[in-house]
Design a protein around this ligand. Sequence first.
Ligand code: ATP
Length: 258
Amino acid sequence: MIRFENVTKVYDRNARPALDSVSLEIERGEFAFLVGASGSGKSTFLRLVLREDRATSGGVFVAGQNVAALSSWRVPRLRRGIGVVFQDFRLLPQKNVFANVAFAMQVIGKSRAIIRDAVPEVLKTVGLEGKAHRMPHELSGGEQQRVAIARAVVNRPGILLADEPTGNLDPATSQGIMAILDKINQNGTTVVMATHDTDIVNSMRKRVIELKDGVVIRDEAKALYTSMMPTVQQGRPGAARRPGAVPRPVRVGEGEGA
Ligand SMILES: Nc1ncnc2c1ncn2[C@@H]1O[C@H](COP(=O)(O)OP(=O)(O)OP(=O)(O)O)[C@@H](O)[C@H]1O
């Protein structure tokens, strides 16, 4: 569904690349976390999928299409197949819940009748039935994020990208948001979520792709935020995959000699 082939992104020639020779594939229907310190390249990864930026070199493929090669008039169609959720919700403050979600359908020309059916249905999916007429400022942070998720998925995209969706929410509210993302994933949508939230990643046990300085240093199924396997160290290729390697806990910042 999403394939990166040797992708490098350089914003500033005098700095290290934001992504450095990243190759990976996220299959249709997967749920993957992107983790890593601030500046490790998570948002850049998501921006390349959306064609908000182009890779400096390498190929970014979404549903089989090389997005770097798309002419600009085809980009809206690419984005129609990708829902996006951000940390800061980004709702339209002057529109109520129904209108915020409906707007995503109006801009792609859906009829009033279809909108009238689809919006209540998606609001039910995110647990907001009965709140369609509230304004954003009348909602809690968790409820605002639910509206943002409803808006992102109302057109049934194949992919949902979430950039720190629980960053502004308390732990209990965050768990509620994760339950919704999990349900959306189980309905067939591929979900890629960038996060710093250790507890969320540990509670979900999904694939974890860890970036450090633009390089993928770990890609592990059903994983924790901090690996139970030795991290691939630069200059020691294959260290994490050495047959028979004994798993041991690795803490963030653990030194070679520890
Ligand atoms: N538009 C830009 N111009 C120049 N440099 C940029 C730009 N966007 C990102 N960078 C740089 O690229 C690197 C990766 O940034 P990116 O935003 O992808 O990291 P991130 O892992 O998403 O960080 P955070 O967790 O803080 O959101 C950083 O060194 C950042 O300063």
